[in-house]
Design a protein around this ligand. Structure first.
Ligand code: HEM
Ligand code: HEM
Length: 181
């Protein structure tokens, strides 16, 4: 039984139920910030990867510099895929603190949906990138650099906006849940 489990006597007298933790654990916080930095790095520094993809499409050999930076993009992305897997396992086994009591249920649901979509992107973006880079799949390349990339930027913007609204309009200290909270 994990530290977060509380044995509850359910009808058949055998099952356990998880109780939501009061805060994110240190590994959860560390993963959040390391992944946020690496995701922003790959979102911002992708020019060399695009140059390489275009060179291959034209049947040309990419420059060694572009190849080096494209490989850095690929390795950072593969590291993110592994970190995402660890994060998902922790998220399922340990859980997350409940939404603030003041939050209207519809917004708590919206936050759940947004976080779930983030998790889906942690896998879909690197996997489509691998499909494009290592297997030459053009559709994967289009989905990776088109809709999935745009969805990630949109979610990040909404995520930060939601935190600002919590902090300054509703005055609920949600922002500290990923720092000292
Ligand atoms: C979370 C991780 C990743 C993020 C955030 C990310 C982000 C990006 C971005 C922003 C672009 C430029 C798209 C554009 O504006 O046209 C791009 C292109 C690309 N990335 Fe990634 N990437 C990630 C992981 C990977 C991985 C793991 C690989 C391969 C191993 C990869 C391979 C590619 C390729 C081949 C392109 C060019 C696609 C094309 O234009 O056909 N990416 N990526
Ligand atoms: C690439 C950027 C980011 C991504 C992908 C991201 C992703 C996530 C995800 C998936 C969660 C849900 C917690 C979990 O289950 O892991 C979360 C929570 C959180 N994030 Fe981010 N985040 C990013 C940037 C930021 C930034 C810049 C801030 C601060 C300004 C921030 C502050 C928080 C806070 C305070 C929470 C806790 C919210 C709550 O418990 O309701 N995040 N983030």
């Amino acid at each position: 039984m994990c530290g977060q489990c509380l044995p509850l006597l359910l009808p058949k007298g055998k099952t356990m139920a998880h109780v939501a933790p009061a805060s994110y654990s240190i590994p959860q916080k560390a993963l959040h910030w390391v992944m946020a930095l690496l995701i922003l790095f790959n979102l911002i520094f992708s020019d060399a990867m695009e140059e390489v993809a275009e060179a291959y499409e034209r049947g040309e050999v990419p420059s060694p510099d572009d190849l080096t930076f494209a490989n850095i993009h690929a390795y950072v992305g593969i590291a993110l895929l592994c970190l995402g897997l660890v994060r998902l396992v922790i998220r399922f086994t340990r859980g997350a603190p409940p939404a603030p009591a003041e939050e209207p249920p519809v917004l708590a649901l919206a936050a759940k949906l947004a976080h779930g979509t983030f998790y889906a992107l942690f896998f879909l973006i690197p996997l489509s990138g691998i499909g494009a880079y290592y297997f030459g799949n053009e559709t994967a390349g289009f989905v990776h650099g088109g809709p999935l990339k745009s969805l990630m930027w949109l979610l990040i913007a909404v995520h930060i906006l939601a935190l600002l609204i919590h902090q300054f309009y509703w005055k609920t200290p949600v922002a500290t849940r990923m720092t000292r909270g």
